[in-house]
Design a protein around this ligand. Structure first.
Ligand SMILES: Cc1ncc(COP(=O)(O)O)c(C=O)c1O
Length: 356
């Protein structure tokens, strides 16, 4: 079996976790603080605030901004958490379409959907490629809106030489095991804004401003030292892991490029290939071949969030032709750093076989 994703965990992660266990300090503590400091340095932001997963990171970011009763513009072609985090924070997701080539938020559709009730835009750096942050930041500035980056799939990804997570006003990362780096479950909020950082810090810890003084309705979204110990080691390996993903992607580009719709990379973006996603017209046949040969694949996503039953029930629908089309055509193939050369060959051979 060639899996679609595999976390790159080695002896260093085990040793660091053992140190935490030996210390007896299992919950929030020194490892978490160190992880936050190093992650902030890596992204190039003033503040990195860890949390329990990527969904909570987005909820905290949105609550810190304050979106209650307000519209937040978000692509539909993304994981459900991009939209549900908005609703959980009291806001309304306004779904927009994506650019057919990059799979990322379409700035023209954002412009069309801005109203006096719009508070923020949430670009998603889908599959590891940065959204068009030049245009998104320009639109936000024009209309006085906040930009929350959903960077759950894009650790180390760049736009114009700048790391995502440090371009908008605030951002959320996920450290789920399939991601480019992991802590088991985990997440991180990043921002350069002192006030937003302070609000996230307070909200993630029971709305506490000083010991046993609770000013706001908060949560317990604190990361553990155990998770942070894994994260510290993973962060040091991230650039290497991303480089291997990029090499795997280059191989597929070369071998598949002539016959298959391979990922388009904007020249301003440094893609870190959380997923390598191609478009095919005969997806069912390719799925059958992958299943027969024991090759993992992913359909991210089979349905836009604007068509999900819960969104329909809540009345958040939209007409998004590009999203609907991509949902029928995309398929992601293994690109993770533990993929062997012969695995890549086999995956490519099956893809080519299915288009011939
Ligand atoms: C685009 C996107 N947003 C948000 C999330 C939520 O992250 P988590 O699974 O860590 O809660 C994910 C992860 O699956 C994601 O891919």
């Amino acid at each position: 079996m060639i899996p679609i994703a595999k976390p790159w965990i080695g002896e260093d992660e085990k040793r660091e976790v053992e140190k935490v266990l030996d210390s007896g300090m299992l919950a929030y503590g020194d490892w978490v603080k160190r992880f936050e400091k190093e992650f902030a340095e890596y992204i190039g932001v003033k503040h990195a605030l860890s949390t329990t997963n990527g969904t909570q990171a987005l909820i905290l970011a949105l609550e810190a901004i304050g979106v209650k009763g307000k519209d937040v513009i978000v692509p539909s072609f993304t994981f459900i958490a991009s939209a549900t985090s908005i609703i959980r924070a009291g806001g309304k997701p306004i779904f927009v379409d994506v650019d057919e080539r990059t799979f990322n938020i379409d700035p023209d559709d954002v412009r069309r959907k801005i109203t006096p009730n719009t508070k923020a835009i949430m670009p998603v750096h889908l599959y590891g490629q940065a959204a068009n942050m030049d245009e998104i930041m320009e639109i936000a500035e024009e209309h006085g809106l906040f930009v929350i980056e959903d960077a759950a799939q894009a650790h180390g990804s760049e736009w114009n030489g700048k790391k995502v997570g440090g371009i908008g006003h605030i951002a959320g990362f996920s450290f789920y095991p399939t991601k480019n780096m992991t802590t088991g479950e985990g997440g991180m909020v990043t921002t350069n804004d002192d006030e937003l950082a302070e609000r996230v810090r307070m909200l993630r810890n029971h709305g506490q401003t000083e010991r046993y003084m609770h000013e706001e309705l908060g949560w317990n979204f604190r990361m553990t030292n155990i998770a942070a110990a894994i994260g510290l080691v993973q962060l040091r390996k991230l650039d290497m892991a991303n480089e291997i993903r990029r090499q795997n992607a280059r191989y597929y580009d070369e071998v598949l490029g002539e016959k298959v719709m391979i990922p388009y990379v904007d020249e301003r973006a440094r893609h870190v290939y959380h997923q390598y996603t191609i478009r095919v017209r005969n997806r069912d046949a390719l799925i059958e071949s992958f299943k027969k040969e024991g090759i993992g694949f992913g359909i991210y996503y089979p349905m836009g969030n604007h068509k999900q039953p819960i969104m329909k029930k809540l009345g958040y629908t939209a007409n998004l032709p590009v999203t609907d089309m991509l949902c029928k055509e995309v398929i992601s193939i293994p690109v993770h750093p533990l993929l062997k050369g012969e695995d890549r060959d086999k995956v490519a051979e099956i893809v080519l076989g299915s288009v011939n």
